[in-house]
Design a protein around this ligand. Structure first.
Ligand code: TXA
Ligand code: MG
Length: 323
């Protein structure tokens, strides 16, 4: 294990993470959504190491993280009015990524040569502290190997990437637990590209209806659109309504509410939110998938949830995990 574990609950920890990032190290850091694998976005070598560590195809563009609104304009064009500005003012800092027109300073490796760049001001105060101390924009994908489950604790990061990165800043478990919602505001109509930690309903209540651009593709432009993604090693399936439950060496996950009586036969049962709270279920989703994956069961069955609020992001991740 070569990654150094840095205590994010101390001042020195945040400062060390910032210093290392500025110097070109690969440092995983906690945001409110998932842990990101950070590198100085303006340092090509550091960014190239992200792709190496994740074993990620380099055509997939990265999200650039900054600590405050003034810093956004260093990397992207944020219009002074209109939908983009409205979303930025209403939901940053927070679990929202905006696709904006890029500034030339952003390396092609970060944007995959697109004329747009993904930008986010994270809600977690520790992340913003590090970003503001570092003083440079930080490119950060989720800190997991390509295609696998995103990390929501420092230990998850170490389990997957401990030998390939320089440090992990431990700020405890992530509060939201699924990745940010991505809205493309670079074109004519605002378009959702990924369901995530900010509910679409909340966004639409603010700026009106948003075009649907979430795709599940076999050969996509971006791995977030891949049919199979966010996947455990244990085969996972989403149960249909009215299915019969097998009583075998399988695990059952219930996203919202309690496991039905007829599902007593499962070896292991996990209720993500017995009260049916989708925010709580999202927070626990990835950690539970990892835990169950470690049990070596024959399969994982999942009883899904309503396609609304954070349920959209949860079902999106589960469908890709099941593909
Ligand atoms: O919550 C999150 O968004 C986390 C934390 C660390 O911020 N980050 C994250 O990054 O999930 P990643 O790399 O795993 O997913 C970023 C997604 C990818 O699907 C990528 O294709 C898309 O953002 N993306 C990045 N730049 C883009 C662009 N210019 N246009 C369209 N999609 C873009
Ligand atoms: Mg990812």
């Amino acid at each position: 294990m070569r990654a150094r574990l840095i205590d994010g609950f101390t001042d020195e920890g945040a400062l060390e993470a910032a210093r290392r990032l500025r110097a070109g190290d690969l440092v995983a850091l906690p945001t409110e959504t998932v842990y990101g694998l950070g590198a100085n976005a303006l340092d090509r070598h550091a960014v190239a190491r992200i792709f190496e560590a994740k074993a990620r195809p380099s055509f997939d563009p990265l999200i650039v993280h900054v600590g405050n609104l003034e810093k956004v304009s260093e990397v992207a064009e944020l219009p002074t009015n209109g939908v983009a500005r409205e979303l930025a003012s209403a939901f940053w800092p927070g679990p929202l990524t905006l696709i904006l027109r890029r500034k030339p300073i952003v390396p092609d490796l970060v944007t995959s040569g697109l004329d747009t760049v993904a930008v986010r001001i994270p809600g977690a105060s520790l992340a913003r502290r590090v970003l503001n101390e570092a003083g440079v924009p930080i490119a950060a994908p989720s800190a997991n190997r390509f295609g696998s489950i995103s990390p929501t604790t420092a230990q998850h990061v170490l389990d997957g990437l401990g030998n390939d990165i320089d440090a992990v800043l431990d700020g405890g478990p992530c509060a939201v637990g699924v990745e940010s919602t991505i809205i493309d505001v670079s074109g004519q109509a605002p378009t959702v590209l990924r369901y995530g930690g900010l509910a679409l309903e909340t966004i639409e209540a603010r700026v009106g209806s948003v075009k649907q651009g979430v795709r599940i593709l076999e050969r996509p432009m971006a791995p977030g659109q891949l049919a199979r993604h966010y996947a455990p090693k244990t085969p996972l399936r989403l149960l249909e309504k009215g299915c019969t439950f097998p009583a075998q060496e399988r695990a059952l996950v219930v996203v919202a509410g309690r496991a039905p009586e007829q599902a007593r036969g499962y070896g292991v049962t996990s209720e993500l939110s017995p009260e049916g709270n989708l925010v709580e279920a999202a927070t626990r989703l990835f950690a539970e998938m990892r835990r169950l994956d470690g049990l070596g069961m024959a399969g994982i069955d999942v009883i899904g949830c309503r396609e609304e609020g954070l349920g959209r992001a949860i079902l999106d991740r589960l469908r890709r995990a099941a593909a």
